[in-house]
Design a protein around this ligand. Sequence first.
Ligand SMILES: [Mn+2]
Length: 321
Amino acid sequence: MQTAILETIARYHSFAVVGHVSPDGDSLGSILALQDLLTLQGKQAVAFCVDPIPDKYSYLPGLDRFVRDPAQLQHTFDCAIILDCGSLDRTGLDPGFYSELAIINIDHHKSNDGSLGIGWVDDKFAATGEMVFALCQLAGWVISHLAATALFTALATDTGFFRFSNTSPAALRMAAHLLEIGVNSRTIAEYTMERRSISEICVLRESLHSLRQCFDGAVALMVIRRDVCESCGISPDEVEGLVDYPRSIKETQVAVLLREIAPDAIRVSLRSKGHVDVSKVAAHFGGGGHARAAGCTLKLPLSEAENTLLARLAEDIQGNA
Ligand SMILES: [Mn+2]
């Protein structure tokens, strides 16, 4: 499949490089790296991100290249490269944008069925950025300093800075290669992990009392209410990282963060430290993700969402007891 992708890249000239809404380090890093490397191969490539870029990625070189709206551009594209997600909807661009374009899809999400365009989907990769790196190696492209920083960001953020179980020998070899190019990993660690806003800590202070353990501590759950986010001056979108707190408890097998994004819409973030595959739990509710990190949205009031989710988790926890 990598060969088919490189052949498609060789055939066309103008590329739209796209990731997913609510961009994370893997999405942003993969887009920037590929945009830069395609440009260095003499192609025309534009990086798209419809959502604002979180402040913690502000160190990334080339962020000013991101275009929010294709209507701002005069030219048309031959091909769209969709990274780190598996559906046109998830990219946040109007599906009509893609109607005349060839499509390449590169993704490591288990929930991606591989049916989008020329699809290379493999959940054995720790990050989509690792797949982009593998493609570069195969093509023999020289990796620029900008692309190296972007790819390191993709890999480091999706492996929890090399702590999660997807931290493979290949991932560490890739990290070593990028460090040799001159990536400043300390800066990336500081920006992505050690720069919480005081507003986020305010939400943490107000929400910690909701933290509770269920099923003998196998599940730890924390709730973040909309009014709390409002009074702390931050959007519920910006506090997903607080799932680290229930996750960090010794007994936790599954950590749950419930964020009230609207009165009847609860965003659920799931993290697994044990044997539960939370991508299956998320998929059951129409979401997706990875075995160890997944999410979904429940169109229910907070307390019903909590009960519905715990009822489902009870089966998974008992099934693995
Ligand atoms: Mn990813």
